[in-house]
Design a protein around this ligand. Structure first.
Ligand code: GLN
Length: 229
């Protein structure tokens, strides 16, 4: 049996998302985003052949556990609860959760003003868990797609959206432009990492590739391209 130059024989299935701008999203039938390009660089350094599998946030952990996908790069926040169930690479992005309300809202200035209010966010996200832990909240609404939460906010069916800050910035620059505003401090500091099931054989190569693309300037040029200075 002859093996080709590729370090691995199998084509990895890598979970991504349709609508997590600017990290991983679909546009004109193509996968786009910072993470899509970062993954391409990581896979090249690590000698990993792959195909991207678009899914919703809530589908990713089950798909990793069942082996439907091998890895996921989809803005996945590393935390204790998830580490009990999955394995994660070294983190490649530092971020946090923020609060967004409508431009004309005068009542919400910090998380303490959320008592009796409705918060909309994405189902199964760290924001959904965070919102659920706030005392006195009227309701935490979770949607498979974050655009539904933004739609609720604009339609005043929710008082606030709590979500990942870079996605919120993207919304503010596009559909939400002039209609919404950020309030309060960063609620929860988080970092993103590549996820896999426990006892996988890929995260070693992924980690060394992350280190290489960080050292050789690739990470920085992708960061500049997608997030500016
Ligand atoms: N970072 C958040 C989480 O891990 C949201 C991820 C996402 O929407 N893709 O839950």
């Amino acid at each position: 049996l002859l093996l080709s130059g590729c370090a691995q024989s199998k084509t990895l299935k890598v979970g991504v998302e349709n609508d997590f701008r600017p990290f991983t999203y679909m546009e004109s039938g193509e996968h786009k985003g910072f993470e899509v390009e970062l993954w391409e660089a990581i896979a090249q350094k690590g000698g990993l052949r792959y195909e991207l599998v678009p899914m919703e946030t809530q589908e990713i952990s089950p798909a990793l556990k069942s082996g439907k996908i091998d890895l996921a790069i989809a803005g996945m926040t590393v935390n204790k609860a998830r580490k009990d169930e999955l394995a994660f690479s070294d983190p490649y992005f530092q971020t946090g959760l923020v609060m967004l309300t409508t431009a004309d809202n005068e009542t919400i200035r910090s998380k303490d003003d959320l008592q009796g209010k409705t918060v909309a966010t994405k189902l199964d996200s760290t924001s959904y868990v965070y919102a659920g832990s706030l005392p006195g909240l009227k309701e935490a609404k979770g949607y498979p797609d974050i655009d539904q939460a933004y739609a609720d906010l604009l339609a005043k069916k929710a008082d606030c959206v709590i979500f990942d800050e870079r996605n919120i910035h993207d919304f503010m620059q596009h559909a939400g432009n002039g209609r919404v505003k950020l309030v309060g401090e960063v609620l929860n500091k988080e970092s993103y990492a590549v996820a896999a099931k426990k006892r996988n054989r890929y995260l070693g190569s992924v980690n060394s590739a992350i280190e290489q693309v960080s050292r050789n300037g690739t990470y920085e040029s992708l960061y500049m391209k997608w997030f500016g200075s």
